[in-house]
Design a protein around this ligand. Structure first.
Ligand SMILES: Cc1cc2nc3c(=O)[nH]c(=O)nc-3n(C[C@H](O)[C@H](O)[C@H](O)COP(=O)(O)OP(=O)(O)OC[C@H]3O[C@@H](n4cnc5c(N)ncnc54)[C@H](O)[C@@H]3O)c2cc1C
Length: 419
């Protein structure tokens, strides 16, 4: 009897997990690999950075996911190379693996666009570890500011770079953390006077949304104490400053970078024709030259089979593309049918701006702002969050913050600190 085909899935993000779950009944052996032993729910990591949620609330253990799928083995390992000709993947910390089908879904990493001092002095906000680093840094500054008392007026000044959803959500959450919670906890230490600045290169925030929603987001951020600087380029980041291209210097003890992502170098092993650093794939989400290799999620340059539009780097695109690949491998191996082309079902975009404020743009032309958008955002994100325990924890913490100025996860845990 010939062995079952081996499906090697690289990355347990939205795309990789989407593919794995659709292979449950396929007559294949699935090996899912990720450098972390958890799946990160990226849309909520800004809430970890700002003490709303505990890190484990947005991290779903891979072992729990695996035990529900008998044909799947999860391995925690870090991918280092892919050789398409020998159908082999190499790892930093595991032996080489061959495959019959390969699914590449390794996501993206931060892109500082060569900004001087950014790598050394800015905090990216793309991974769970990034979020915990921001959280601990801000909590340390806060404790220092309590010690300094009335002299602490500039100790919590924060700049957020990037006015897309990540920057806007982060700016709103930082304003609430510093001005509401920290200000309320230690009234003498000037947290309410902290300057929080959001810097965006474009002439409006949230450029993927309708202009009216960009205007609403700006107004709402300004209402809660964020200074919004549009049409400004950051040229340098120092330990306590952000310099704009105009030469103006903004004081900042914390600089958070939400301005860009790039794919990792490994994508160059998959294509000589990268589009904006992403791997172009065909309608079945695979490589023309190697149809057994699928590239999905943020690493892929996907043209929608129906609309012919290039799809954005979004969790919903990644998840649906992953599911399509899983279904297609299932169709080939179990149903003995041809694979089907990928068509993305756009369910809309949303972003929070602060407590009780959000924007939501839903097809065909529904635009919501304020509390209705916030409630919709909360419902959708609770439904998407992986794991019942995580959903309950998030709902509880959101309820606490809705009813009070408390931040339920405002604890500084750092094992490197001396007892
Ligand atoms: C802060 C933030 C907020 C966001 N908010 C939203 C939102 O509200 N709505 C939305 O639709 N999208 C949102 N996105 C975008 C969305 O999260 C991404 O589009 C989505 O995660 C892409 O899925 P992916 O599977 O391609 O990559 P990822 O989810 O990034 O998964 C990649 C996986 O690969 C693993 N990996 C990487 N390198 C290696 C390696 N060398 N070896 C082994 N494993 C590796 C990583 O650990 C990770 O688990 C947000 C993104 C960020 C950063």
């Amino acid at each position: 009897m010939s062995p079952r085909p081996k499906v090697l899935i690289l990355g347990a993000g939205f795309a990789g997990l989407g593919a794995a779950t659709k292979l449950k009944t396929a007559p294949v052996d699935v090996v899912l690999v990720d450098k972390h032993d958890y799946h990160t729910f990226q849309p909520l990591i800004y809430q970890v950075a700002t003490d709303l949620l505990a890190p484990q609330t947005v991290a779903h253990p891979m072992r729990t996911a695996v035990e529900r799928q008998p044909n799947l083995k999860f391995v925690k390992a870090s991918v280092s190379d892919i050789d398409l000709e020998s159908k082999t993947v190499s790892f930093k910390d595991w032996e080489d693996q061959t495959y019959d089908y390969l699914v590449v879904a390794l996501g993206t990493v931060v892109n500082f666009f060569g900004t001087t001092g950014a790598e050394e002095n800015a905090f990216p906000i793309y991974t769970l570890n990034d979020a915990v680093r921001v959280k601990n840094h801000m909590l340390r500054l806060y404790e220092d500011s309590v010690k300094a008392g009335p002299d602490s007026s500039r100790m919590l000044d924060t700049v957020i770079v990037g006015g897309g959803p990540t920057g806007v959500e982060m700016a709103g959450a930082v304003a609430h953390l510093i001005k509401l919670s920290m200000g309320d906890d230690a009234p003498g230490q000037q947290a309410t006077n902290a300057r929080i600045t959001l810097v965006e290169h474009a002439d409006r925030l949230l450029t993927m949304f309708d202009e009216s929603m960009s205007a609403y987001a700006k107004e709402e951020l300004e209402r809660i104490g964020v200074t919004v600087r549009l049409g400004e380029m950051v040229s340098e980041i120092g330990p306590e400053s952000v310099t704009l291209a105009t030469g103006e210097e903004i004081h900042a003890t914390t600089t958070i970078w939400g301005a860009g992502l790039k794919t990792t170098e490994i994508v160059s092993k998959l294509s000589d024709d990268l589009q904006h650093g992403r791997v172009p794939v065909g309608p079945m989400l695979n490589l023309k030259t190697h149809p057994e290799v699928h590239v999905i999620g943020d690493q892929a340059w996907i043209t929608d089979a129906k609309t012919q539009k290039v799809l954005p780097q979004l969790g919903s695109v990644a998840m649906q593309a992953g599911e399509q690949v899983g279904k297609n491998i299932d169709r080939i191996t179990r149903k003995h049918k041809d694979p089907e082309p990928f068509h993305y079902r756009d369910k809309g975009s949303m972003a929070t701006i602060g407590k009780g404020a959000a924007v939501a743009q839903l097809p065909p032309n529904i635009k919501l702002t304020g509390r209705p958008a916030f409630l919709l955002w909360g419902t959708v994100h609770l439904a998407l969050l992986t794991g019942g325990g995580n959903r309950a924890a998030a709902a509880t913490n959101w309820f606490i913050t809705a009813m009070s100025k408390d931040r339920p996860s405002q604890v500084l845990i750092d094992p490197s600190e001396e007892e």
